[in-house]
Design a protein around this ligand. Structure first.
Ligand SMILES: [Zn+2]
Length: 247
């Protein structure tokens, strides 16, 4: 039974029996992995604080072929996010984003691009609600895009004609962008050129630079975020539990 070692993000954890915890990791090399950390709730646990929410750790685990849960051997802290996670809005937003991630990404399916995106977003220390909202949109768009759910907005989803950035366009329920000719007679959700430029910036910029860009586009950021949330909810088949509780 070989030991697996990989950099990981700690996404969630639950109590198990008296002294153990079940921890959901997003590993760089093997995607989402669930494991049992034996004795993690004891005062003098070998895991110390390394299983805190959103930490980056160097993870070592064993996986038996017939078991879904791996056995966590070590989790050495690389970066603690204790300070960020102590802030309610950061905690609430990332709890929601992590729930989407766990729902939309199949377990044990490596996705290094997604891993780097999630790690880069968690790394930021947003100063305001607007900055957190910008990170939320960034994460949602990339999650849907890298998960293969978000179609390209470069051409019309009806007639495949390339769309210029300034022409009017509408959004179909499955988030295809539709040209004016194809929308005729039907009421659709409109996407302004400004919103499209915000989406293009998500695709072009690293999250830290997108937060700066988004400061000039707060209303568009929230509207786009609502659309992404709607799409994610329809994929998952229900509205996110975290958002339901918080609204
Ligand atoms: Zn069209």
């Amino acid at each position: 039974m070989p030991i697996v070692e990989t950099e990981s993000l700690v996404l969630r954890s639950y109590d198990l029996a008296e002294a153990d915890r079940i921890v959901v990791f997003f590993t760089r090399d093997h995607g989402i992995v669930r494991g049992v950390a034996k004795g993690a709730r004891r005062l003098k646990s070998k895991f110390g604080g390394s299983l805190e929410l959103f930490s980056t750790v160097h993870l070592s685990y064993f996986q038996k072929e017939d078991r879904e849960l791996v056995s966590v051997q070590k989790a050495e802290m690389m970066t603690s996010r204790f300070a960020q996670a102590s802030r309610p809005q950061y905690l609430k937003t990332f709890s929601y984003l992590v729930e989407l991630l766990v729902e939309l990404l199949p377990p044990n399916d490596p996705n290094e691009k997604m891993y780097r995106m999630a790690a880069a977003c968690l790394e930021l220390s947003p100063d305001s609600g607007e900055e957190i909202a910008a990170i939320e949109l960034y994460f949602e768009v990339w999650l849907l895009r890298l998960g293969g759910y978000l179609p390209s907005w470069a051409s019309c989803g009806g007639c495949s004609r390339p769309l210029s950035e300034n022409e009017p366009a509408a959004l179909s329920p499955d988030l295809h962008l539709i040209c004016e000719a194809c929308t005729k007679g039907r009421h659709r959700d409109l996407v302004s050129p400004d919103q499209r430029s915000v989406l293009a910036a998500v695709g072009r910029l690293p999250p830290s630079e997108f937060v700066v860009f988004a400061a000039e586009h707060n209303p568009d950021v929230s509207e786009l975020s609502a659309k992404m949330r709607q799409m994610a909810a329809s994929i998952i088949g229900r509205v996110s539990r975290v958002k339901q509780v918080s609204t």
